[in-house]
Design a protein around this ligand. Sequence first.
Ligand code: C2E
Ligand code: CA
Ligand code: CA
Length: 329
Amino acid sequence: RVIDRITEPFAVDVQQSIGQIRLGVSIGIAVIPEDGTDATVLLRNADAAMYRAKERGNHFVFFTEDINSMAIQRLVIEHGVRRALSRNEFRLYYQPIVNAAGEIESMEALARWDHPERGIISPAVFLDAVDDVGLTVPFGTWVLSVACRDLARIRKNSRPDLRVSVNLAPAQLDQPGIAEIIEKTLARHSLDGSALTLELTESAIMENPERSLRKIEAIRRLNPGVTIAIDDFGTGYSSLAYLTNYPVDGLKIDRTFVSRLSSESNAKVVNTIIDLGIILNLTIVAEGVETAEQLSTLVEHRCRLFQGYYFHRPAPLDEYESMVSVRPG
Ligand code: C2E
Ligand code: CA
Ligand code: CA
């Protein structure tokens, strides 16, 4: 009942026009005496339960032991992540983006944490911690710089046309001088803008479309040739009006759509996204292609770039270097 009441929209008067605001609420619950008998323990446990509730959004969650171990894991990760940058424990993996013939046209840089005890850890596990400890910007700068360094080497050795895609976190886009940082990083590795695609998630852009627009324009102005792709397309809510006017060059169809291509209604959605992309002259990449059937359906729908386990898994650069040297015919 508390959640229902709090999430009811209410009207506000913003500069003489009435708007609606909706609050989100997540509740973590700890019970006396099972979950603790003093305030410190109870609050800590309620807080851990609240994190679980937040993941689902507008939910309440009772504390359990299982949550406790997740909270401990979270602390361990947060603690380690602070030192990971200075100790050089982050790595970049690359996943090729290929055409229907399997020829590599570009690659996406995907971060990994090479933890001294736990081995390779996925970004899904540590990126939130990076954000929580306020390291998103230095981490992102590191990713950009290593990706440019690696690409510069491949461009020099074998593939002057290859591009690299780098994921840009919302906090990086908001960072003052991001356009200049990109410019300097490219220059440091003697690369021009055509080397780089920046991937921004749809939800990050839509959080503040006007502000994102100004930032994207500044990046493009200072770095001619750099392209912008909307990542995880279809999972957020971008209006068509925005898409048609937005200075983006490409869309990446989220892998949840690709994985459900066998459903007819879902295939229609994918088909529509591709048609839309073609009309707007956007480069479309289908993510998470795992099977030959998915590939052939996508090809039928006129998609021409693919990324997924069916072709290649993300891997350290040396595993791809010989393969990458083959230029698309
Ligand atoms: P993303 O940008 O959507 O990246 C694609 C994710 O899908 C990668 O997960 C990749 O390993 C996975 N993937 C690729 N092909 C397949 C497939 O065929 N099947 C399945 N099931 N999965 C596939 P990964 O590397 O774990 O990265 C997860 C997310 O973390 C990325 O999603 C991206 O949002 C974020 N991320 C990764 N590296 C960075 C980074 O350097 N900076 C920022 N800001 N975010 C990053
Ligand atoms: Ca991406
Ligand atoms: Ca994606």
